[in-house]
Ligand binder design. Sequence first.
Ligand SMILES: Nc1ncnc2c1ncn2[C@@H]1O[C@H](COP(=O)(O)OP(=O)(O)OP(=O)(O)O)[C@@H](O)[C@H]1O
Ligand SMILES: [Mg+2]
Length: 327
Amino acid sequence: METIVEISGLGKSFPQKQGQPVTILRDVNLTIGAGQTLCVMGESGCGKTTLGKIIAGLSDYTTGSYRFCGKEVSQLKGKEWDAFRESVQLIHQNPYESLNPASMVFDIIANPIRRHRKITKIPELYEEVTRLLKLVGLTPVEDFVDKYPAHLSGGQRQRVSIARILAMNPKLIVVDEATSMIDTSLRISLLSTMKQIQQELGVAYFFITHDLALGKYFAKGQAAMVMYLGRIVEAAGMDQLVANPCHPYSRAIISAAVGDTGILEDAQFRKYSLKDADIASFGNMPSGCPLHPRCPECIDGVCQKTNPPAFTVETGHEVCCFHYQTK
Ligand SMILES: Nc1ncnc2c1ncn2[C@@H]1O[C@H](COP(=O)(O)OP(=O)(O)OP(=O)(O)O)[C@@H](O)[C@H]1O
Ligand SMILES: [Mg+2]
């Protein structure tokens, strides 16, 4: 399988008005294969969107390497940069803001086809818009082409956003909490349409969520990682991660999600919780392992001193926790 995204040792700092820059992402390593899904989970503010924007080329990185289809993204210029930006698209969280309220659905989807693929004849455009609307499940197509965003529900708007993105033939779509503003009852149906699109077109997804149950549903049989304070603390197959979470933070978030929707009923660690210490912030990172003040498994004299590197639990399953260090 072709690897399209290769990120290693990546870091991101934001300059502050006063004082030192604040480092948000540290030593991020990940790969995404063509047509595959990588799901990233973690609590609010841990850096998921920051990473998603870097992957989509909407933000730069401070250190490390990000290669897209073998080429270092920070070195891309001119036509190569434009091609990269077309290949990676981002679905916004808010379908109310991402669509032009003054454009009809037909134009919203036809405009990028005109611009990027140089198709201008109306019958050809109509054929392509029809194909895309069918792919995203907006049928019968005649009921939607002449509607404005205000006529559509949140779920339908998000489907139009996806059709517009697909008009550019992306290789990878960054999906940043794309269903969080949609009625719960419509979420699974939208996610299942996106999975079907993946099977038909072979597009890859970087799927960002703080909702583990949604992550487990969307990335079943695919790859997943858990982020805490800007670091990836555990990476594994999604099913492996839910069946055998090794990092104390992963155990705690899985335990907290059980019972929400029934999707995680098979999860272990149902009653696992962290200590009630203050949650650290990027400006005030604890020494050693950033979780240690909240960690019930903290090894005295070890976890306070050194930030654990990634240890291999089994093939394809890595965890940054000293409990998995093999001597
Ligand atoms: N442009 C910026 N300048 C300074 N700090 C920023 C900037 N963008 C993000 N941050 C900080 O980076 C941290 C991570 O933010 P980010 O939006 O990536 O988190 P997140 O995991 O997506 O959170 P959420 O689940 O709430 O969407 C936050 O502390 C945020 O304040
Ligand atoms: Mg976010």
